[in-house]
Every structure is written in structure tokens, then in C-alpha cells.
Design a protein around this ligand. Sequence first.
Ligand code: PEP
Ligand code: MG
Length: 316
Amino acid sequence: IRVAREGADGRPATTSDGHEIAVCVNLGDAIEAAAAIADGAEGCGLLRTELLFLDRPTPPTRDEQAATYRAIATAMAGRPLTIRLLDIGGDKPAPYLAIPAEENPALGLRGIRVALAHPDVLEAQVAAILDAADAGPVKIMVPMVASLAEVMAVRAVVDRLRGDRQVSIGAMVETPAAAIAADLIAQACDFLSIGTNDLTQYALAMDRGNAAVAGGIDGLHPAVLRLIAATCEGAARHKVPVGVCGGMAADPLAAPILIGLGVVSLSVPPARVVATRALVAGLSHAAARAHAATAQTLTSAAEVRALARAFAQGNA
Ligand code: PEP
Ligand code: MG
């Protein structure tokens, strides 16, 4: 049995000096949605749609997808639902996509590249998302973007299908290209969302699934922080808001730095919604900015983590 907690009315989390930070939830299904809202999630910042597509001989139909998205939008009770377009590649089984075996799946046909190579799959998914818009506000998020042209191509499909419905379109920033060229990509976006899991893997050239390098994968690495800062700066030029939906959003040592760099929403796993709201409420935005500036002067992830620990204990 769950009790409604403070914030379940959808009020934004607010820092101690009055800056609103949206705390959202990463979802896989409708059951998690209801619980996350009771915990105070202001929306869903990442619905991973891959599960619908895997381990089956044919892709899910438009109606099948629409029923799933509509159920989740309904469970979100009026809060925005960000649906990520299919993000699979050669390393996941979806036989109908006919992706040839690749030596480097992480650098191959995956994310939006797959959808653009299969216009029928992209169109069915976009149509299904638009169908679900009658159940609540939906946003479309494009995974693995490396170029402005990819977002423009998705926007063209959405514009062709949407009629007079309005829908926000955003890009995930999870390639170094997207971070460095965020000002270019933001031109075609209503929002950006940093996927720190992939961004870290690509920035450090360390496979996120390879145990041999797992110890070195840390988004607090100075190079990754620079990419996040560059994303915020590039997006700010076009007044496009930046969120984080990768694992760093849920890391209590990383979140103050993200906020200090200019991130305005954090999307976290269901189990982290309450703690993340509490973290925001206990944070001064001004102190977070100064903290992020100091973090950016350091030379290793270990040093940044040590600083972040001291900050969390009130000693930095
Ligand atoms: C990410 O890369 O940070 C992300 C949120 O996407 P996924 O973990 O699904 O690749
Ligand atoms: Mg990713």
C-alpha cells in the first residue's frame, strides 16, 4: 500500500533559493507510472519503448503501440509523457529490422539510424504516439542523434502525420557530436535530454557493457562534464531546456553538479523519485553553480567525486 507523499499534486521540486527543477521518472510500463506519481514525479522523462519491439517476428502494429502508450499516458494523469522512439541496434534481437551482424554495434545501425532506415516502422510509431495524445500530453524523443538532419527528418514525419495536434520533439544528447553541436541540434528541438550512460561510454571510448573497463566509466570525468556544459550552453542560445535522463540524474553526488551546469530536469528510476525531490529541496541553486564551477577545474573523476562528497556533507 502506498501513501501519497508531499509533491504528489505535481508541484515542481524547488531549490532552497526558488529555482524549479522538474523531477521526472523513467518508465517501462503503466504500473510503475501510478506509483511514481504518488511519489511526486512531475512527468515521465523517458519511456523506453524497446521492450515492445524485441523478441517477436513482426513489429508491433500502430494500434498495439497506441494502446500501450495510451495506457501509460492515462496513468500519468495529465503529466507529460516523453516517449522515446525505438532505440535498438544490431546487439538486440528484432529480426524484421534485418540489421546485419556488426563488429561494433555501438557504432553501427542503432537508435534513430534504424528508424530512418525503416520509414514504415518510424511512421507507425509516430502515428501511435499521436494517437495516444488524446489521453494526455505526449512528447517525442529521438535517441542517438548525431546530426541536426536526423531531428529534421523526424520532425518532417511528425508534421506530416500530426494534423492540428501539437507535440513537442526533443533530441537525446548521447553522442559527443550532439553535445558539441548542441546549438545546431537545438534549432530543431523543443527540448534536449542528455543520456549520460551512452554519452559517457562514447566520450571515454569505454563499452558500458564491458566489465574490464567498468571501473573507469564515470560521468563525473572532466571530459564528460565539459560535454554536459557545452550542451547546456548550446541549448541556452536557443532557449531550449536541457534535462538528464541517464543514470547521472539519479546519482546524488552528480545531481547538484548537473543542476549547477544548467540542467532543469532530472528523470530518474521510480525508486529514486522521492530522494531526488528531497535533494533538490535541500539544494541552493547558487551553491550548486559555484560547486559545478569548482568541479570543472579538477582533473579526474575521482577528484570530482571527492569534491561532490564534501559538498553533500556541507564541507565544500
Ligand atoms: C542513456 O544512454 O543515458 C539513456 C538514458 O539511454 P539508455 O540507457 O536506454 O541507452
Ligand atoms: Mg542511451
